[in-house]
Design a protein around this ligand. Structure first.
Ligand code: FES
Ligand code: MG
Length: 582
């Protein structure tokens, strides 16, 4: 698209004009307040006003460069004839925010929605990328449906330790287990602290961050291919500037998300997510994001697509390269080149071109990192990025990344060992007297959206130390919470309905036999219906942890994992109203 394209919107139709143009006392006040900080009328009058929603913070290291990137976005906006205004939004840095950033994804989504609605802006550039930031930003923006461009924060540079490639999250877990076993020293552990995450940017593995920025890219809200540009690369500066230029085009061309994002865009994005070996978190966020555009997408539909798409991107934790390697191997559109038979090539992105056009321009430079369908990283018979399980333990579904399960666990029956909360699990898991064998099925409950609250990433339940010492590296683990995308193992997650609202997970007792069949897609407890009914009649809800504050609001309104964990009142039908200006 070029700035010379005939605009679809006139100057008078710009939303911001309602604030600045009229000959009224109110509009006088709006102009006056910009003059108060030194702007001239010609700086902001008669041009698109663009919000830069910035999720920078000192405690969000993945976003630490976004303060500077905002300036570079502004440069592009000025160049293309717009007026940039930076609006800070909640920063949900994955590692620092407790109990979990998932608790605050909806908070960010609400904030973005209301920031855009209440201010005199015609479009927005969204700056973010750390895990929940991407869905949070997009959910809010989709609800308002103004033209937007998402500028992903970009992955951090490759980690290195003693000649080994190290990836954020994935290797933290690996080396922590080695430390527990005495395979590495305390000194090594300290050294690793500054080796794994050595630059600005989001996690360099295929964790939730890269999964979600890739999904955003294929949905069509970024500059195509932008999601893999390393944060520390000068190209990332240029990406930010280009976002500033292109958002002005998007405003004049009326490129609101609802005008070009269809269910087909979502299906294409799902194909990308699956071939990337992405995070199970995506199964929640995709549903929630689609819902904000009034596109109904179910967990069953995602799981159906998953049956056909093997993992082709050789990136940790499924493979052994990092995001920077993937970028230089051809990046996301290089990967999509190998998936054309599964996607709709006619979907459009915010710049007005099609997926097919972007794929045609892409090149694959390394077939080891971007694998062809004939040589996947993980073949479908060994599992897929997302497997949906159903049964009397999870009537509304549970998910797992079956591609990361060890083969002997694909069909497994074993006795349950139940932990009622995370604190109990942490206190007991390394107890040498814990009654557990490699066949045991570990269960953590009351850790779901309502129970925790916020469904933390506790789902990669640690292997008990005494089993680690016996060489056990994987077990069936079941929970109503989530797992980090950087982790792996036979972890069955997002059990719905969750235990805290009386889902069947609440009724399991130690020793009950749990039967998992990944190929059949089933998860059952071998307890008869009569016994379950009796247990249900005895069940008492766990006391809600929060009685006030945002957390109480969250517990009252969050939906279950299979529905996207949005708030019921935010995913409700109904149009957003424009504010009155008096
Ligand atoms: Fe921010 Fe992983 S901690 S992307
Ligand atoms: Mg993560």
């Amino acid at each position: 698209m070029s700035v010379k394209n005939t605009p679809k919107v006139t100057l008078d139709e710009l939303r911001s004009q309602r604030w600045f143009k009229p000959h009224t006392i109110r509009a006088f006040a709006h102009r006056q307040r910009l003059a108060q900080i030194g702007w001239r009328r010609e700086d902001f009058m008669n041009k698109p006003v663009i919000a830069i929603i910035n999720t920078w913070s000192d405690l969000s290291p993945c976003h630490s460069h976004l303060r500077q990137r905002a300036e570079e976005v502004k440069r592009g906006i000025w160049q293309a004839g717009g007026f940039p205004v930076e609006l800070p939004a909640l920063s949900v840095g994955e590692v620092m925010v407790k109990p979990t950033t998932m608790l605050y994804r909806n908070f960010l989504a609400m904030e973005v929605e209301e920031l855009l609605r209440s201010h005199p802006v015609d479009g927005a550039v969204l700056l973010g990328g750390c895990d929940k930031s991407t869905p949070g930003l997009l959910m809010g923006a989709f609800s308002v449906d103004l033209p937007i461009i998402f500028c992903p924060a970009g992955p951090m540079s490759n980690g290195q330790w003693r000649g080994q490639k190290t990836g954020a999250g994935t290797h933290t877990k690996k080396y922590w287990d080695e430390l527990r076993l005495g395979a590495i020293t305390e000194h090594d552990w300290v050294e690793l602290e500054s080796a794994m995450t050595r630059s600005i940017g989001t996690c360099n593995t295929m964790g939730t961050a890269s999964t979600m920025t890739s999904i955003a890219d294929i949905l069509g809200v970024t500059i195509p291919g932008g999601c893999t540009i390393p944060a520390a690369d000068a190209n990332h500066v240029r990406l930010a500037t280009q976002c500033g230029v292109e958002i002005i085009n998007a405003v004049w061309q009326d490129k609101r998300p609802s005008t070009y994002i269809t269910k087909e865009n979502f299906k294409n994005a799902i194909v990308a997510y699956l071939a990337l070996g992405g995070s199970t978190n995506a199964a929640i966020h995709i549903i929630a994001m689609a819902n904000r555009l009034k596109i109904r997408l179910t967990l069953e539909e995602i799981a159906e697509i998953a049956k056909k798409i093997p993992v082709l991107a050789n990136i940790f934790p499924a493979g052994n390269a990092l995001m920077e390697d993937f970028h230089f191997a051809g990046g996301l559109y290089g990967l999509m080149k190998n998936l054309t038979e599964f996607v709709n090539l006619d979907t459009e992105h915010v710049l007005g071109r099609t997926l097919g056009e972007e794929i045609a321009k892409a090149k694959i430079l390394d077939n080891e990192i971007i694998r062809p369908l004939t040589n996947p990283v993980i073949t479908l018979d060994k599992g897929s990025t997302l497997t949906l399980l159903k049964g009397n333990l999870c009537p509304d579904g549970a998910v797992m990344k079956s591609s990361s399960a060890q083969p002997h666990l694909r069909k497994h029956t074993g006795p349950a060992l139940v932990f009622d909360d995370h604190a109990t699990l942490s206190a007991m898991i390394d107890d040498p007297n814990l009654e557990v064998t490699a066949d045991t099925v570990l269960i953590l409950r009351n850790a779901g959206p309502v129970g925790a609250p916020g469904m933390p990433e506790w789902g990669n339940l640690p292997i008990p130390k005494k089993l680690l010492q016996q060489g056990v590296t994987d077990m069936i683990r079941i929970t109503d919470c989530r797992m980090s995308g950087t982790h792996y193992g036979s972890c069955i997650l997002h059990v719905a309905p969750e235990a805290a609202i009386g889902g069947p997970l609440a009724l399991v007792q130690n020793g009950d036999l749990i039967e998992v069949d990944i190929d059949a897609g089933t998860l059952n407890m071998k307890v008869d219906d009569k016994t379950l009914a009796e247990r249900k009649s005895q069940w008492k809800p766990v006391k809600p942890r929060a009685t006030r504050s945002y957390q109480a609001l969250y517990q009252q309104h969050v939906t279950q994992a299979n529905l996207g964990c949005d708030f019921d009142f935010l995913s409700a039908e109904g149009d957003i109203s424009e504010p009155d200006i008096f």
